[in-house]
Design a protein around this ligand. Structure first.
Ligand code: ATP
Length: 230
C-alpha cells in the first residue's frame, strides 16, 4: 500500500521501450516538488505521453527508478498508487447518464450540492446551467452532444471532487470556442492549486503558468526551466 502522499515525484535514469530493444525514453531524470505544475512540451512522438503513463505504472520500465514521496512505485500496489492520481485524457470519458452523475463519478458519495460546488469552482457551472435540464441533462450518443471543451470542463469538476494529490492532464488540441477556452483556463488554475500536476501542454497560457517546463526530444529531456528562464 502506498500511504497518503504529498506528491513529490522523482525519475532517476529511467530507460523504457515498448519493445525490449527500443529506447523510447533514454535516461530520463527529473525531480518534482509537491504542488508543482509541470508542462511537458515537445514534438509529436517525442515521448510526452510515455512519461506520464509511467507515473501511474501503465508499463514496466527497463531500468532506473520512479519514486513518489521517496517510495519506489514498483514496491506498492497499483490500486493504492492510482487512487491518489487523477488522469484526464484529451477526450474525457463521458458515460451515458446525467451530467450530475458524470461529475459525481469523481467521488460517488458526493451530494448534489458538492457536485454543483465543484462545477462552479472549475467554471463548468455556467454552460451546464444554460442547458434546458441543467445538471439533469442526459448525455449519451443520442442525447445532448457536448463539445470537447465542455467534456474537459466536466472532467475538471470530476477531478476536483476526487481530489487526488497528483494530476495528469493531456490538454485538448481540437479547436475550442473562446468562451469555453477562457473557462478552461480559469478552471484549470483552480484545479491545479495544491496538487502536483503533469500537463501535456498545448496552450500557451498553460505553459506560461507552469512552475517548470520540460522540453522532450526523442525521449530525452533537452531543457528545463520556467517560461521566463527558457
Ligand atoms: P504526441 O504529441 O503525438 O502525443 P508524444 O510526445 O506523447 O506524442 P509518445 O506517445 O510518448 O509521444 O510516443 C513516443 C514514441 O513511442 C513514439 O515513437 C511512438 O511511436 C512510440 N509509442 C507510443 N505508444 C506506443 C505503444 N503503445 N506501442 C509501441 N510504441 C509506442
Amino acid at each position: 500500500e502506498l500511504p497518503a502522499i504529498q506528491g513529490r515525484v522523482e525519475f532517476k535514469d529511467v530507460v523504457f521501450g515498448y519493445e525490449e530493444a527500443d529506447r523510447i525514453l533514454d535516461n530520463v531524470s527529473f525531480n518534482v516538488e509537491p504542488g508543482d505544475t509541470i508542462a511537458l512540451v515537445g514534438a509529436t512522438g517525442s515521448g510526452k505521453t510515455t512519461i506520464v503513463s509511467l507515473i501511474s505504472r501503465f508499463y514496466d520500465i527497463t531500468s532506473g527508478k520512479i519514486e513518489i514521496d521517496g517510495t519506489d512505485i514498483n514496491s506498492v500496489t497499483i490500486p493504492s498508487l492510482r487512487r491518489q492520481m487523477g488522469v484526464m485524457l484529451q477526450d474525457p470519458f463521458i458515460f451515458s447518464g446525467t451530467i450530475m452523475d458524470n461529475i459525481r463519478y469523481g467521488r460517488l458519495d458526493a451530494t448534489d450540492e458538492e457536485v454543483i460546488e465543484a462545477a462552479k469552482a472549475v467554471q463548468a457551472h455556467q454552460f451546464i446551467s444554460q442547458l434546458k435540464d441543467g445538471y439533469q441533462t442526459e448525455v449519451n450518443e443520442r442525447g445532448t452532444r457536448l463539445s470537447t471543451g465542455q467534456r474537459q470542463l466536466i472532467s475538471f469538476a470530476r477531478a476536483l471532487l476526487a481530489d487526488p494529490r497528483i494530476l495528469i492532464l493531456d490538454e485538448a488540441t481540437s479547436s475550442i470556442d473562446t468562451e469555453t477556452e477562457l473557462a478552461l483556463q480559469k478552471g484549470l488554475e483552480t484545479l491545479l492549486e495544491g496538487r502536483t500536476s503533469f500537463i501535456i501542454a498545448h496552450r500557451l497560457s498553460t505553459i506560461q503558468n507552469a512552475t517548470r517546463i520540460l522540453f522532450i526530444d526523442k525521449g530525452r529531456i533537452m531543457e528545463e526551466g520556467s517560461h521566463q528562464e527558457l
